[in-house]
Design a protein around this ligand. Sequence first.
Ligand SMILES: Cc1cc2nc3c(=O)[nH]c(=O)nc-3n(C[C@H](O)[C@H](O)[C@H](O)COP(=O)(O)O)c2cc1C
Length: 157
Amino acid sequence: MTKVGLDLRRVYGAYPTGVAVVAGLVDGRPSGIAASSFVPVSLDPPLVSVCVAHTSTTWPLLRDLPRIGISVLGAHQEHAGRRIGSRAPDRFAGIDWRATPDGSVLLDGATAWYDCSIEQQFRSGDHDIVVFRVHDLDAATEIPPLVFHKSTFRRLT
Ligand SMILES: Cc1cc2nc3c(=O)[nH]c(=O)nc-3n(C[C@H](O)[C@H](O)[C@H](O)COP(=O)(O)O)c2cc1C
């Protein structure tokens, strides 16, 4: 592997992000992934994006849903980030979530949430850039966010 290839994870990881959970109801059960690649994109129209690896086995289940929820995790939700970001079969066990009437799955206690539909998808290297249209949203800004930095969950101090 080239020097760039070897350095990518370490250097990408120097950029601090939040942690979002991207989730929907699949056959009546919650299904989702954790994503540190969540980025707000546009105000008018309201668009946000997530980059999803082509290796994801969950994304093919989510991408045909009419609505998908995005929850920005609070600092107290490290367990949920770790669990939903794993390959565990029942990732939502023990995690408090709710579904909207259209099937978005949102985590209770998140610092922000978005109820979305997929607007556009672009293949980009080994990921897809997925752009979501926001239909509803809210924030509980008194809840401090979970931070992901250098492959480690952290808090703002
Ligand atoms: C903190 C954290 C951030 C993650 N960010 C992303 C991401 O931005 N994009 C992505 O495709 N996977 C990301 N993952 C991995 C996915 O959450 C998930 O583990 C992966 O898609 C494998 O599960 P799957 O095969 O069920 O999709 C992240 C995992 C963690 C723990």
